[in-house]
Design a binder for this molecule. Structure first.
Ligand code: GDP
Ligand code: MG
Length: 507
């Protein structure tokens, strides 16, 4: 069962509580059973599933629950919490330091995705502003150097290899030394694998390790082996000092749930997951965000909650700025990234009033995704000053040479860049307006229309309508339709929200 299906099944089980007339012991048991069944079908270890069952039960006592409590929500929240625990590998603290060489060595079996992931990670850090490079120390696999070279060239990442030398430790050292001299900050060493765990692999791994003395060893594992990941992670851990783990191929494989939970169970810090063959199919692994995405929350009601979650995740700063009505190009970039990360684009668009799927057919959905990607490519060619300016668009209008430079870097026309800036201008304006609506932001920085009085609500409606494409607004039944939607939204918000706890879009 692929992960998306697992998510659908669990969501389905939790949702069934919404339609139950009474939440009694039986309804609770049925739901919990369905959740556990879905996990087992996704190859999650029986013991771990049993643990989840026990933990959820320990939190829920239907019979003696105070009548004021919302049982449905309590159950859903308990399951959510335990799902997060299931994939939580514990704390992880290593991050690269700017201004010094950080040497990262990749290890793993052949075919696990090392070379692909090396490039993805290099690309990831490059976009974060690190001077990044790659070293190919795989002398075992024919064509290994060419593969790395091809990937690196595509992403414009400097690389090092030596097709004459046969000792991987020597090549690794050569490459690392050279890049150190050139003041690179992230030096990623790709090593060779073997088809199975064997002494020769571990020996070679140790030699390369000793030659380059890495700051971080990353173990790459293929999700398709499922629960067997546990034994493999343990074997590698015994031989080298593994600092973190990347699990690849979580995009398609039936055993993804098994792989993730098995690795988490070994308390090996999973730092990223690979979700495709493309260079940006690499996602930082955050347990809560992962489970949220797994459950595929996608409806109008959770739009504002989603914004809040994003903030909880890594966006405290953004929320601060939103309060003040500030919004930079980089903020927009990061929001797009979040949208893309959160999975099926349509789902997110579904949550934005006016972009409901009814109005978007399949092809336009794909087009929107492509457009988003294109806009991100354009922003990739901007420099920090442009991305971080509070007047991102003005910098460009004052110095039009910047438009041409960015267009050239991104391989698009000047007009494409202008269009992006126009789009940004609209968002920034919206944020400015929203920042100006008193009471929209709650104490914790979350957006909550419940806090608004009628006048403020009307103002928010008007602003939203203004931001929206007039054609879409028309399809929604004009301002009246929008207002109805907002009304439904605020009513559904009032529906028995327990204190604190995660909010689920499907409730
Ligand atoms: P290595 O032998 O460990 O270096 O593995 P490679 O990087 O050569 O990857 C082996 C295969 O797995 C290649 O065909 C990659 O395109 C593919 N691959 C790697 N990561 C992912 C992923 O996250 N998703 C998918 N679908 N394929 C991947
Ligand atoms: Mg390789």
């Amino acid at each position: 069962m692929v992960l998306a299906e697992l998510g659908r099944k669990i969501t389905g089980a939790l949702k069934s509580l919404n339609s139950a007339t009474v939440i009694d012991e039986k309804a609770f048991q049925d739901t919990l059973n369905a959740v556990c069944r879905a996990l087992l079908e996704s190859d999650v270890n029986v013991k771990l599933v049993q643990q989840l069952r026990t933990n959820v039960k320990a939190q829920i006592d239907i019979e003696n629950m105070a009548s004021g409590l919302n049982k449905r929500r309590m159950i859903q929240a308990a399951v959510f919490k335990e799902l997060v625990k299931l994939v939580d590998p514990g704390d992880y603290s290593w991050t690269p330091t700017k201004g010094k060489p950080n040497i990262i060595m990749f290890v793993g079996l052949q075919g696990s995705g090392k070379t692909t992931t090396c490039t993805k990670l290099a690309y990831f850090y490059q976009r974060k502003g690190f001077r990044t490079c790659l070293v190919c120390a795989d002398t075992f696999r024919a064509g290994a150097f060419d593969q790395l070279k091809q990937n690196a060239t595509k992403a414009r990442i400097p690389f090092y290899g030596n097709q004459v030398e046969t000792d991987p430790a020597v090549i690794a050292k050569e490459g690392v030394d050279r890049f150190k001299e050139e003041n690179f900050e992230i030096i990623i060493v790709d090593t060779s694998g073997r088809h199975k765990q064997q002494e020769s692999l571990f020996e070679e791994m140790l030699q390369v390790n000793n030659a380059v003395n890495p700051d971080q060893v990353i173990f790459v594992m293929d999700a398709s082996i499922g629960q067997a990941c546990e034994a493999q992670a343990a074997a590698f851990k015994k031989h080298v000092n593994i600092g973190s783990v990347i699990i690849t191929k979580l995009d398609g494989h039936a055993k993804g749930g098994g792989a993730l939970s098995a690795v988490a169970a070994t308390k090996s810090p999973i730092v990223f997951i690979g979700t495709g063959e493309h260079i940006d199919d690499l996602e930082p692994f955050k347990t809560q965000a992962f489970i949220q995405k797994l459950l595929g929350m996608g409806d109008l009601n959770s739009l504002f909650e989603k914004v809040t979650e994003l903030k909880l995740d890594d966006n405290e700063e953004l929320m601060q700025k939103l309060h003040k009505g500030q919004f930079t190009l980089r903020d927009m970039y990061e929001q797009f990234q979040n949208i893309m990360k959160m999975g099926p684009f349509g789902q997110i668009m579904n949550m934005i009033p006016g972009f409901s799927q009814d109005f978007m057919n399949k092809s336009t959905e794909q087009e929107s995704m492509a457009r988003l990607k294109k806009m991100m490519t354009i922003m990739d060619s901007m420099n920090d000053q442009e991305l971080d300016s509070l007047e991102g668009a003005k910098i460009f209008s004052r110095q039009p040479g910047r438009v041409a430079r960015v267009a050239k870097g991104a391989g698009v026309s000047n007009r494409d860049v202008q269009e992006l800036l126009t789009q940004y201008g609209k968002f920034a304006q919206m944020v400015r307006k929203m920042g100006g609506i008193k009471g929209l932001f709650g104490k914790n920085g979350d957006i909550n229309p419940k806090n608004l009085n009628q006048g403020q609500m009307n103002k928010l409606n008007t602003e939203m309508a203004r931001m929206m494409d007039p054609r879409v607004l028309q399809k929604m039944g004009g301002m009246g339709g929008l207002q109805n939607m907002m009304k439904q939204f605020s009513q559904s918000q009032k529906g028995g929200q327990g204190p604190g706890g995660p909010n689920f879009g499907f409730m």
